[in-house]
Design a protein around this ligand. Structure first.
Ligand code: FAD
Ligand code: SF4
Length: 481
């Protein structure tokens, strides 16, 4: 078995203080410990099998965690895998990148009683990695091929989970995606050190073996309109995610070497996948030797700072306008970044970008927290006269994402959207304002999590099946009449 397959993220048992601190920047031992069957058994047996499975309740997929922990503790890994994969299309992905501290593990009764959570995510990853290793993960056999076809726009986790569930029932499924590789943010957003790309690639390969067709480099809106696709299929799912980066409109924002987070992360991921990336190869999007300033406090910002460290940046600073307690990103990710040498400058906001053509410094204001705003969070206010400069050769903007204008892009003005630009659906049927067109994932929720995208994809598949069955029943009754 490959050594890397046995590694796992075991952060809940070790506080950042307890973990070995890298001796120098870039000398990270990664955040993994060796994880072998004995350790999986030992961790799983810590589950008290409490009567009320709070972990399961707080898992968006309702994973049957207590049962697969029990089976793992007994060494019955194959059965544990069967149960785990029955509710999750990508357990090894969720095990790696779910913010477990906010979901299953954060609600573990043992954690609540102060004894440290059972490391559920790591065990989930271990069970499924073992299943891949042992050849237990196989293409399924479709019992009965159906004529009806579904077109899915977007090969991210929402689209792929929906495709798999539909295909299991025998529907003909085609996924259209504008990128050259399937996976959505799993492939080009989330960095390799959190989610290795082979993990995503073996999943998409399996989906292809299951008979799902992938049409890559196909940009809906440019290559075909939504209505043209609708003509081709009996139902459509829109699972396009959210990609419009929020901007900072301050003096100097057009200077060179200021980039949106996705440009930086995509270049790094493409490079990791062996692609030729001109802007990386010529040094523009490579943090090596540079003073990097990342603006933002979410998980994407954490991915940018940690990627910069791995690219051997000279210094990496993260500016966030609130304090550490109020950061939107996972506390665990912030802890990892600090441990790896990132300097956080909390309560600080950019005022202007300084430089002649290229950025050389960010002028910042110190902030203080005022009264809570409408969201209930303290509103950051500028401390007058607190400006100072921070040296910067590369600035990465990570202020969140909004949806693109999908009705305009798809040439489908009748497609209803919310005030935030997300696609409006009927929460029960998951159907949009257009008959036979469904939507799921980030494009409905706004920027969210992989586990929620999978859940939405599964739910959408159920609703699409009902819709298609109804269509068949209607056609039959017309024929009979
Ligand atoms: C940098 C980063 C790090 C993240 N880290 C985590 C994490 O650690 N844990 C976690 O749970 N979540 C994380 N997330 C969030 C998570 O990745 C998303 O919530 C999830 O991927 C959403 O899935 P989706 O299928 O809705 O959309 P996406 O994954 O965005 O996939 C949408 C797909 O639609 C395609 N598409 C878009 N428009 C078109 C079009 N017009 N025509 C054809 N195809 C189109 C895109 O190419 C893309 O492949 C992160 C997000 C980012 C940006
Ligand atoms: S899918 Fe995520 S929340 Fe659910 S058990 Fe796995 S790691 Fe926990």
């Amino acid at each position: 078995m490959k050594k890397e397959m046995l590694k796992f993220v075991d952060l809940k048992q070790e506080t950042p203080e307890k973990r070995s601190t890298p001796k120098r920047k870039g000398d990270f031992k990664e955040i993994y410990n060796e994880f072998i069957t004995d350790k999986a058994k030992e961790q799983s047996s810590r589950c008290s099998q409490c009567g009320v499975p709070f972990c399961q309740i707080h898992c968006p997929l309702g994973n049957n965690i207590p049962d697969w922990l029990k089976l793992t503790a007994e060494g019955r890994l194959k059965e544990a895998y069967e149960i785990s994969q029955s509710t999750n299309n990508m357990p090894e992905v969720c095990g790696r990148i779910c913010p477990q501290d906010r979901l299953c593990e954060g609600n573990c009764v043992i954690e609540q009683s102060g004894h440290g959570t059972v490391t559920i995510g790591s065990i989930e990853k271990y069970i499924t990695d073992t299943a891949w290793e042992k050849g237990w993960v196989k293409p399924f056999k479709v019992k009965r091929e159906l004529k009806q076809s579904v077109g899915i726009i977007g090969a991210g986790p929402a689209g792929m989970a929906c495709a798999e569930e539909l295909r299991k029932s025998g529907y003909q499924v085609t996924i259209y995606d504008r990128y050259d590789r399937p996976g959505g943010l799993l492939i080009y957003g989330i960095p390799n050190f959190k989610l290795e790309k082979f993990v995503v690639e073996r999943r998409t390969k399996l989906l292809k073996e299951n008979g799902i067709k992938f049409v890559q480099k196909f940009d809906v809106g440019k290559d075909k309109t939504l209505y043209e696709l609708k003509e081709k299929h009996d139902a459509i799912l829109i699972a396009t995610g959210v990609y419009k980066a929020r901007e900072i409109d301050i003096a100097g924002c057009n200077l060179q070497n200021i980039f949106p987070a996705m440009d930086f992360l995509t270049a790094s991921n493409k490079k990791g996948l062996g692609d030729k990336v001109e802007l990386f190869d010529d040094g523009t999007l490579n943090a090596e030797g540079k003073n990097v300033v990342v603006i933002g406090g979410g998980d994407t910002a954490m991915d940018c700072v940690r990627t910069s460290i791995r690219q051997k940046a000279k210094s990496v600073k993260c500016l966030y306008r609130r304090d550490r307690k109020n950061m939107p990103g996972s506390a665990r990710e912030v802890g990892n970044a600090i441990e790896e040498g990132v300097e956080f400058i909390w309560l600080t906001s950019p005022k202007s970008f300084i430089g002649d053509k290229k950025i050389t410094a960010v002028e910042v204001n110190k902030m203080k927290l005022g009264e809570p705003d409408s969201s209930g969070r303290s509103k950051p206010e500028i401390e007058v006269g607190s400006e100072y400069k921070i040296q910067a050769d590369l600035v990465i903007k990570s202020l969140g994402f909004d949806p693109e204008n999908i009705p305009k892009l798809f040439n489908a003005e009748e497609l209803a959207i919310s005030q935030w630009g997300t696609i409006k659906i009927d929460l029960k049927s998951m159907q949009t304002s257009l008959e036979g067109v469904f939507a799921a994932g980030d494009i409905v929720r706004g920027a969210s999590l992989v586990v929620w995208a999978i859940r939405d994809g599964r739910d959408a598949a159920e609703q699409i099946k009902k819709y298609l069955q109804l269509k068949v029943d209607k056609d039959k009754s017309i024929e009979a009449a």
